[in-house]
Design a protein around this ligand. Structure first.
Ligand SMILES: Nc1nc2c(c(=O)[nH]1)N[C@H]1C(S)=C(S)[C@@H](COP(=O)(O)OP(=O)(O)OC[C@H]3O[C@@H](n4cnc5c(N)ncnc54)[C@H](O)[C@@H]3O)O[C@H]1N2
Ligand code: MOO
Length: 463
């Protein structure tokens, strides 16, 4: 359920979904900078993250100025971690399982395309100049090889059918007239070769159609099938196991008696798949240190993603468990809001763990900061082309950290959404992208980097 993008020339003011999307407005409702009246509104803080003070000595463990990694560097560290892992061998996959994978070898045509001279139109295959004697039979697509024509002859032919030998052109049905003796006359000249697709027009057998590294899109599946492929050689999807921590989580029904619904169990698997991963399992472990230890040490996934338990509360078991198994902490807190307690560790030579904070929007932040670059490299995908858009409204910044805030794209502007607190999904569920707000905040009109969200990028991998 994503917000519609503005059509070219459409003004943000034309769109009447602001209320539903809860676009950032002056909290007093008196001024909206997009309307060009009143004092330009700087949105009031909408989350704990924003209103907290961030004196380094208030952050005991993570997020402090000494240990936390700057946001851009955290992403680079995650990419580097993935590059340090030996590449898995390419796999051969059927076309219907290949969507979203990356080609491990160039796609070379297994045939000429078209593989025979083909009629491009419904009409008549003709030999030489008209008028022509029309043969009785008709030539249809998929049928046996037609008889050769002799000069002065024509035969009815369908689009996609094989061109009879010695035919010189195809006359479209709307350009042919039959006289009362059954002879065919052209009402418009058919030049030599007209409406014949010659064999090999698109490619010759062996031609490279796509390089290794190309993403398998629906169009690539169509091309591969046309070029004769039943299977593709691709980089295997990195295998991910999701461990959902927290005794307070319910998997159905209404929140009650201090228990809440698990929002991450349903959200992460499709999101991870859209990032190129295969999700092996989602395990709900409660706040059980032993179960967490067992799940991590037994897992043979390429990436373990945990949710919750990254902070320093009495049942936050991620750090103690990583330390118990001797994991190497590569990122221990990131200078980003929300999501600053996120963690990246190497648990085995071929295995990493991303610890996502439990607050749901903080978990999204961790997913895009650490899991996205790691999975992208493991899956062999290219980095998305970075792009910026001018900001529609002012956004408060954190004094020292980057902020990621959900935005909708309206009339070529990134309009910040309200409900962007770390525990809230209401903003992101309506958003097109996350805007990267530098420390100190951003003014209306300032160009900000945007991180696209999978549903905007075509919903790949949700099958
Ligand atoms: N003393 C401090 N406490 C906290 C700090 C801090 O710096 N010092 N940071 C806060 C921030 S910021 C975040 S984010 C959280 C991170 O905490 P954890 O990763 O340990 O997560 P939990 O405590 O397990 O949960 C936090 C919050 O999220 C809810 N939650 C957890 N899992 C789910 C789920 N699957 N679906 C929906 N909601 C979930 C959980 O109930 C809590 O409300 O720590 C702060 N504390
Ligand atoms: O607020 Mo916490 O920044 O990670 O959600």
């Amino acid at each position: 359920m994503n917000a519609p993008r503005a059509r070219p020339g459409q003004d943000a003011d034309d769109l009447d979904v602001e209320e539903a999307l809860a676009l950032v407005k002056d909290p007093r409702g008196t001024s909206d900078p997009r309307h060009g009246h009143g004092t330009p509104a700087v949105p009031a803080p909408t989350s704990e993250s924003e209103s907290r003070t961030h004196a380094p000595d208030s952050a005991k463990r993570k997020g402090d100025g000494h240990r936390a990694t700057p946001w851009p560097q955290a992403r680079t560290t995650a990419e580097r971690a993935a590059r340090s892992v030996p590449r898995r061998a390419p796999v051969s996959v059927s076309l219907d399982a290949a969507l979203g994978l990356v080609l491990a070898a160039p796609l070379a045509a297994l045939t000429d395309l078209p593989s025979f001279d083909t009629s491009a139109m419904d009409g008549y295959a003709v030999a030489g100049p008209g008028p022509w004697d029309l043969r009785e039979e008709r030539v249809l697509a998929g049928h046996a090889k037609p008889e050769p024509l002799i000069d002065g002859e024509a035969v009815r032919i369908a689009t996609g059918a094989r061109i009879p030998q010695d035919a010189t052109a195809v006359l479209r049905s709307e350009h042919g007239r039959l006289d009362d003796k059954g002879r065919l006359h052209a009402t418009r000249e058919a030049v030599h070769g007209q409406d014949i697709r010659p064999r090999g027009q698109e490619c010759r057998s062996g031609d490279q159609l796509l390089p290794a590294g190309a993403l398998v899109t629906p169009a690539v599946l169509g091309l591969a099938a046309a070029a004769g492929y039943d299977t593709l050689t691709a980089i295997p999807r990195p295998r991910v196991e999701v461990l959902v921590l927290g005794d307070e989580l319910l998997t159905e029904g209404l929140p009650q008696e201090g228990l809440i619904r698990d929002a991450l169990g349903p959200m992460l698997p499709p999101w991870l798949r859209s990032l190129g991963a295969e999700v092996l399992a989602v395990r709900r472990l409660g706040d059980d240190a032993k179960a967490l230890h067992k799940a991590i040490t037994r897992s043979d996934a390429d990436l373990i993603v945990t949710t919750g338990g990254t902070a320093s509360g009495p049942v936050d078991h991620v750090h103690p468990t990583l330390s118990r198994i001797g994991a190497q902490l590569l990122v221990d807190g990131v200078k980003v809001r929300p999501g600053h307690p996120m963690v990246l560790a190497r648990t085995k030579e071929n295995q990493h763990l991303v610890g996502l904070p439990g607050n749901p929007l903080a978990a999204v932040s961790g997913l895009l900061t650490l899991a996205e670059p790691l999975l992208r490299i493991l899956a062999g995908r290219a980095a998305p082309e970075p792009y910026t858009l001018p900001l529609g409204d002012a956004v408060h910044g954190h004094p020292y950290d980057t902020r990621l805030i959900p935005v909708v794209v309206r009339a070529d502007r990134a309009v910040p959404l309200h409900y962007n607190g770390p525990a809230m999904l209401r903003g992101i569920a309506a958003s097109d992208a996350l805007a990267v707000v530098p420390p100190g905040g951003a003014r209306p009109g300032q160009e900000l980097e945007l991180l696209d969200l999978p549903w905007v990028l075509a919903g790949m991998g949700n099958a």
